[in-house]
Design a protein around this ligand. Structure first.
Ligand code: 13P
Length: 257
């Protein structure tokens, strides 16, 4: 597992391969010779090959935003793990809320994908999080229990050492309204308690849990100082050089772990 803190950029459906490569070299020039957190770039599929070519000279990691659970076959529009590995992918985001809600991915689909990723010795970034009405009806824990229990079905203790969790409350994604530190601390504690029930104290304590949802340079300092936060999964702000490098510097300067 890469060292904490971890900053992962989820570019969603943004940037061409040329724009992605340019962003990487510009970021590298900005951060040159500075000590950094571990940084994972998750661009669209179409950028993976090209970004991997320049990433091998840089100290960043490469992730994909999704994968299909079959190896090959008549699955128009899908991408397999072999294809991702051949592009140098080391991480795969699984179960992002946009996959769950727009593309109707179920916990069962997500579970199959986590198994598929782990079979290739690649690290899943497993996303979980409640919707606004779950929170308002005091169902956050219930939702997280279900997502974790069903998403991790059949995943044993050894396999758990390769998983990164991203807690992304749906109401905070792309809204400009981040969860405040005490909400984040409470949810990360809940996740560790659930993992203690399902696995062990070591796994619950050691697993990296990233926070995602409207992370920006100006809230990143208090969020990274929050107990139980091992880094971020960042959407919008990871597309902008100044914002992304600002967050990286705040993580570097304020990380507790
Ligand atoms: P924003 O940072 O744009 O809120 O997106 C968060 C996210 O979905 C990262 O996966």
């Amino acid at each position: 597992m890469i060292p904490k803190p971890i900053v992962a950029a989820n570019w969603k459906m943004h940037k061409t391969p040329q724009e992605g490569v340019k962003f990487l070299s510009e970021l590298n020039n900005l951060l040159l010779d500075k000590e950094m957190p571990s940084i994972i770039f998750c661009p669209p599929f179409t950028s993976l090959f090209h970004m991997n070519e320049i990433l091998s000279d840089l100290e960043y990691f490469l992730g994909a935003q999704n994968v299909y659970f079959e190896n090959e076959g008549a699955f128009t529009g899908e991408i397999s793990m072999n294809m991702l590995v051949s592009c140098g992918v080391q991480y795969v985001i699984i179960g992002h809320s946009e996959r769950r809600h727009i593309f109707k991915e179920s916990n069962n689909d997500i579970n199959k994908k986590i198994h598929t990723v782990l079979k290739q010795e690649i690290f899943p970034i497993f996303c979980i999080g409640e919707k606004l009405d779950d929170r308002e009806t005091n169902n956050t824990r219930k939702v997280l229990v279900k997502q974790l229990e069903e998403g991790l079905l059949g995943i044993n203790k050894d396999m758990m050492s390769k998983i990164i969790i991203a807690y992304e409350p749906v109401w905070a994604i792309g809204t400009g309204i981040n969860a405040v530190p005490n909400q984040v601390e409470e949810s990360h504690d809940m996740i560790r308690e659930i993992l203690l029930d399902l696995y062990s104290m070591n796994i619950a304590n050691d697993i990296p849990i990233l926070y995602g949802g409207s992370v920006k340079p100006d809230n990143s300092e208090e969020l990274i100082k929050t107990k139980g936060v091992d880094g971020f999964l960042i959407g919008g702000a990871s597309l902008n050089l100044e914002m992304f490098s600002g967050i990286i510097e705040n993580v570097h300067n304020n990380s507790m772990r």
